[in-house]
Design a protein around this ligand. Sequence first.
Ligand code: AMP
Ligand code: ZN
Length: 140
Amino acid sequence: MASLASCIFCKIVKGEIPSMKLLETETIFAFMDIGPIAKGHCLVIPKHHAAKLTDLPDDQMGDILPAVKKLAIATGAENYNILQNNGRAAHQEVDHVHFHIIPKPAEAGDKEGLIIGWPTQRNLSKDDISKIFEEMKSKL
Ligand code: AMP
Ligand code: ZN
């Protein structure tokens, strides 16, 4: 199992830093977020150390979504966001892949849970989108 000595989430997996463990399988670990932005905010991480989702081998991913689903149910929240940040500009602070489960109470507004300021649509023409589409398809 790849781990990085200096990584706080690897230390949590190894039990070197305490955590409120919710779930564990051969490949994933889930625990309460220590800086919650909503009641029930928790995290699922692969045990394998990878900074970004794109660095994570496919064979380490299988248990992640089922765990996310179980935890979302366990929060009891009717509304919730699943968030996974990659890179500083995208608000990633801990460089070990993690999925946030963040309940969003219906009346919370900007008092609890994720606040999404969805940007206004980029001014891309159908032609622009089509070019990007062809470029992306060529890389799959
Ligand atoms: P991100 O900005 O996506 O990298 O989120 C990192 C998350 O990790 C934040 O929500 C932190 O509150 C959380 N976090 C950092 N250190 C710990 C820790 N030792 N135990 C639990 N959660 C942590
Ligand atoms: Zn790590």
